[in-house]
Design a protein around this ligand. Structure first.
Ligand code: 13P
Ligand code: SF4
Length: 297
């Protein structure tokens, strides 16, 4: 099947982008593996005709928004981020009505219509810088409450969070960090900013998934407890075969991220399905929010 994928990629002039949480075998066949920010940038830059996106709905949508002239495929339409589904365009419009002077930052984990209603998008890699780039005292931040509270630590602005959360990260508890530290004394603890504030307080580093790679590269430590989705362990082990990585608990699995499989990738490339399409009116406005983010960082 891997040979079939290689042949189909050439035939269709396709590139395979995969998120750091994808299954190991998907990461291994991808042309590019990264965090949401790096994948958005890659989608905007590639000259392939077809982008096969191994990730969840909002990531493939972002690729389609940034590269409207390309065919963007998602192999499994059930791969939907539950946090992105926690805010609707209508709820955001109502929030904007209640806070007329506020700027609006949407996490990239949102639908295209929510992006279209936002001033600027952000990812976990640049949320602090994006909030800082806005020329206003109040900022609506949707949908992740934990990321909003994390960004609020670095600004004087008033952050108005939406009450969304990532089920995979939010269920990591302070006790998990304490237990892991006891089991692996001497290991550094890295967590994702989608974690609860009280978990973030116990970590040695708080980063996006690619940020964790940069942290490990710069660190003299050989062992790390990883407080994010389990796919990240494979990515880190590939990058740093001489170091050791431990999941913070047995439950850090995002079901949506595990949906794409190798047979689905073959079928998707063969039949050019499922094409991600964004209505024109939404596409233009959502692209503004994403382009603005890419200019910040
Ligand atoms: P990153 O952008 O840090 O890879 O995170 C994406 C995500 O979905 C986190 O749960
Ligand atoms: Fe969404 Fe959380 Fe899964 Fe990321 S890990 S895709 S935020 S549910």
């Amino acid at each position: 099947m891997i040979e079939e994928i290689l042949g189909l990629k050439e035939e269709k002039n396709a590139i395979i982008l995969a998120h750091n949480y994808q299954r190991p075998e998907i990461q291994d066949i991808a042309d590019f593996v990264g965090d949401s920010f790096a994948l958005s940038r890659q989608a905007a830059l590639t000259d392939a005709d077809v982008i096969l996106f191994c990730g969840v709905d909002f990531m493939a949508e972002s690729a389609a928004i940034l590269s409207p002239e390309k065919t963007v495929l998602i192999p499994d339409t059930d791969a939907k981020c539950p946090m992105a589904a926690m805010i609707t365009r209508e709820a955001l419009i109502e929030m904007k009505r209640r806070h007329p002077g506020a700027g609006v930052v949407c996490y990239v984990n949102t639908s295209a219509p929510v992006k279209a209603e936002s001033d600027i998008c952000c990812t976990s890699a640049n949320a602090v810088e994006v909030v800082g780039s806005l020329d206003c005292d109040e900022v609506i931040f949707v949908p992740d409450r934990n990321l909003a509270l994390y960004a609020a630590r670095f600004t004087e602005k008033t952050i108005i969070p939406w009450d969304g959360y990532c089920p995979t990260h939010h269920q990591i508890l302070p006790q998990d960090i304490m237990d892991a530290r006891e089991k692996y004394p001497g290991a550094g603890v890295l967590v994702h900013p989608e974690c609860r504030p009280e978990v973030i307080d116990l970590a040695d580093g708080v980063q996006s998934t690619d940020g964790m790679i940069r942290h490990v590269r710069a660190s003299r430590l050989d062992e790390f407890i990883i407080g994010t989705e389990s796919g990240m362990i494979h990515r880190l082990e590939r990058e740093f075969p001489e170091k050791f990585f431990y999941a913070v608990s047995d439950y850090t699995i995002c079901p949506a991220m595990k949906m794409v499989t190798i047979p689905e990738v073959v079928r998707s490339l063969e039949n050019l399905e499922y094409v991600v399409s964004i209505p024109d009116a939404v596409q233009e406005r959502a692209k503004r929010a994403l382009d603005r983010m890419l200019q910040v960082r």
